[in-house]
Design a protein around this ligand. Structure first.
Ligand SMILES: *[C@@H]1O[C@H](CO)[C@@H](O)[C@H](O)[C@H]1NC(C)=O
Ligand SMILES: *[C@@H]1O[C@H](CO)[C@@H](O)[C@H](O)[C@H]1NC(C)=O
Ligand SMILES: *[C@@H]1O[C@H](CO)[C@@H](O)[C@H](O)[C@H]1NC(C)=O
Ligand SMILES: *[C@@H]1O[C@H](CO)[C@@H](O)[C@H](O)[C@H]1NC(C)=O
Length: 413
């Protein structure tokens, strides 16, 4: 057996302990979205040719075994949405060819390891929704240059954002929200090259850009919050460029370099302790669709340049209202407004059509008779004739009927 795909079923029970012995040639093992419980068997480490392991969306618990070996064919490990605990295994850091690592939505704790960051080819590192603590580690130069998505959302990470993060030249999604990060937003944030391009054609200056697998990365899924809604991005990932630093303890002001990130579609800095003014050149971020700086201690005015070249910008204090509904407060007034406007328009249209029909019907005849003497005469003569004819016909009928009844009565007598 080389390929085993039993994903999206209702398979329960636990994985056989000896799976590595009974199927030693497995290349692909897909068991995602089932009801599998128990722990991950150690014998999986024996599968020398394994390149894709998907055990996501199950009920697996216990620790992830720490015995993974490099085989230079590893592509993906997806253990997301289980109940796995313990630490991230150090040996993941040895899988040099790994492209995707999803460990999100588990109960992993301990530190976020440098070893994982040493994976040079990694495109997606998703460690969100766990209980990881400690700091975001710094790493040596030129590591991690292919990484497109770094998702550390909803953990217990503390310390400041390392300057090294600015060297992630391919990064398109940076989500470190809902942690305990402090310190200020690094001024070098404008160096995130992958976020500076407006067009979706992003080919980073990395030696791995040409590898065939990098074109497939966008079919992966990650969940992001944008415009207040949680979205599962699959297939359009290439088009998503966003930064979410919300719900931390970040201090200081918003570095003006952030406005160099022309490709950003969504920027969320809300629920921090940021002070100072909004960068004057905010208006340069022409791709921006959503910008949330709520619940901070910002001051000053909204820069006047901020509206320029943003024809779709909406919401207070602008007169133009926004088109998306607020999930907390139900549908916003705007949609109701829009609906009632439509209703009104339809009502008016209806009355107009009725009136127009009446006008044509009524005035088409009466109007003509009114204004044209000869037609009027002809018309009334015709009506008179018709009335005469009806009168005469009914009179004759009546007479006939009377006669008949009289005859019948006579017969009866
Ligand atoms: C595995 O099976 C699922 C469900 O039939 C299918 O959607 C998916 O494409 C399969 N994956 C592979 C790699 O064949
Ligand atoms: C990972 O690689 C390091 C050397 O780079 C080695 O010392 C260690 O034993 C390896 N770990 C495993 C689990 O193979
Ligand atoms: C891996 O898990 C993520 C959820 O984090 C899911 O969206 C994705 O489709 C999974 N990948 C595969 C190949 O099943
Ligand atoms: C910004 O982040 C906060 C907290 O994570 C979230 O509640 C809010 O919806 C986000 N804002 C937008 C516009 O997505």
């Amino acid at each position: 057996m080389r390929h085993l795909n039993l994903s999206h079923n209702q398979i329960g029970g636990s994985l056989p302990e000896n799976i590595g012995y009974i199927m030693p040639n497995l290349l692909i093992l897909l068991l995602g979205n089932n009801h599998i419980n128990g722990s991950i068997p150690k014998s999986l480490c024996l599968l020398y040719w394994l390149s894709i392991l998907d055990l996501s969306k199950n009920r697996l618990s216990g620790k992830i075994p720490d015995c993974w070996k490099d085989n230079e064919v590893w592509e993906e490990i997806n253990l997301s949405s289980n109940k796995l605990s313990g630490a991230i295994p150090r040996s993941f850091g040895n899988l040099s060819s790994l492209l995707w690592l999803h460990l999100n939505n588990n109960s992993l704790h301990g530190e976020f390891l440098v070893s994982v960051i040493n994976l040079k080819q990694l495109l997606i590192l998703d460690l969100g929704e766990n209980q990881l603590s400690g700091t975001i580690p710094s790493w040596s130069v030129n590591m991690f240059s292919s990484l497109k998505i770094l998702r550390l959302r909803q953990n217990m990470l503390s310390g400041s954002i390392p300057l090294k993060i600015c060297q992630l030249s391919s990064l398109q999604i940076l989500d470190i929200s809902c942690n305990n990060l402090n310190g200020s937003i690094p001024w070098c944030i404008g160096n995130l090259w992958g976020m500076t391009l407006e067009a979706p054609t992003l080919s980073p200056p990395s030696p791995f850009a040409e590898s065939p697998t990098t074109t497939e990365w966008k079919t992966e899924g990650v969940i992001e919050v944008m415009k207040g809604r949680e979205l599962d991005y699959i297939r359009i990932l290439e088009l998503v460029v966003m930064m979410d630093l919300s719900e931390n303890n970040l201090v200081g002001s918003i570095p003006k370099e952030i406005t160099l990130l022309h490709g950003l579609i969504s920027l969320n800095l809300s629920n921090n302790h940021l002070i100072g003014e909004l960068p004057i050149m905010m208006g340069n971020m022409r791709s921006l669709e959503s910008f949330d700086v709520s619940s901070n201690q910002l001051s000053g005015t909204i820069p006047s340049s901020i509206y320029a070249d943003n024809p779709y910008l909406c919401g207070s204090p602008l007169p133009k209202k926004c088109g998306y509904s607020n999930p907390v407060h139900g549908s916003s007034g705007f949609e109701d407004d829009e609906d009632s406007k439509k209703d009104k328009l339809e009502k008016w249209l209806f009355y107009f059509v009725v009136a127009a029909g009446f006008a044509t019907g009524f005035w088409g005849i009466i109007g003509t008779l009114w204004f044209k003497k000869t037609w009027r005469h002809a018309y009334f003569r015709r009506v008179e004739d018709l009335a005469d004819w009806i009168y005469v016909t009914t009179a004759i009928r009546k007479a006939k009927l009377k006669k008949c009844m009289m005859m019948r009565n006579r017969v009866n007598v």
